[in-house]
Design a protein around this ligand. Structure first.
Ligand SMILES: Nc1ncnc2c1ncn2[C@@H]1O[C@H](COP(=O)(O)OP(=O)(O)O)[C@@H](O)[C@H]1O
Ligand SMILES: [Mg+2]
Length: 149
């Protein structure tokens, strides 16, 4: 099973979408193995988004992502990285398909509601920013036999 890092961004929290988003993740069949509410420090945000340093949107991105509480999630399941990116939709909510989280709940690139790691390597790196190993739980869900063949 694969693990990915996802994060409900400050706009998602402010718009009261925590429950809706977590519900979509659960209904898809994924297992949440780590979860916390926190507000990013600038240092954490710089670490998270270091690949974007120097880009025109970077200062605004740091401002946005540190502006309020976020929900940090470690999501586990078959093909979780790719699957969560599909559930989230395209980076630009205007291009994200209806039915995706960004497609349903966003309008602006800099207010796109949710983050999801783009590769297994990114997921590992990002999970380590937000969680200690012992904060990630291993448990069985009785429904798993109805989710996986
Ligand atoms: N042109 C842009 N203008 C404003 N914000 C942007 C822009 N490009 C990216 N961002 C913000 O930076 C985040 C990280 O960008 P990127 O890694 O390219 O997208 P994704 O979050 O889909 O992996 C985006 O989710 C978005 O919030
Ligand atoms: Mg990205």
């Amino acid at each position: 099973m694969e693990r990915t890092y996802c994060m409900i961004k400050p706009d998602g929290v402010q718009k009261g979408l925590i429950g809706e988003i977590i519900s979509r993740i659960e209904r898809k069949g994924y297992k949440i193995v780590g979860m916390k509410l926190l507000q990013l420090t600038t240092a954490m945000a710089e670490e998270h988004y270091r690949e974007h340093e120097g880009k025109s949107f970077y200062p605004g991105l740091l401002q946005y992502i540190t502006s309020g509480p976020v929900v940090a999630l470690v999501v586990e399941g078959k093909n979780a990285v790719k699957g969560m990116r599909a559930l989230m939709g395209a980076t630009n909510p205007l291009e994200a398909a209806p039915g995706t989280i960004r497609g349903d709940f966003g309008l602006d690139m800099g207010r796109n509601v949710i983050h999801g790691a783009d590769s297994i390597e990114s997921a590992k790196r990002e999970i380590a920013i937000y969680f200690k190993e012992e904060e990630l739980l291993q448990y069985d869900k009785s429904l798993d036999e109805w989710i996986y063949e």
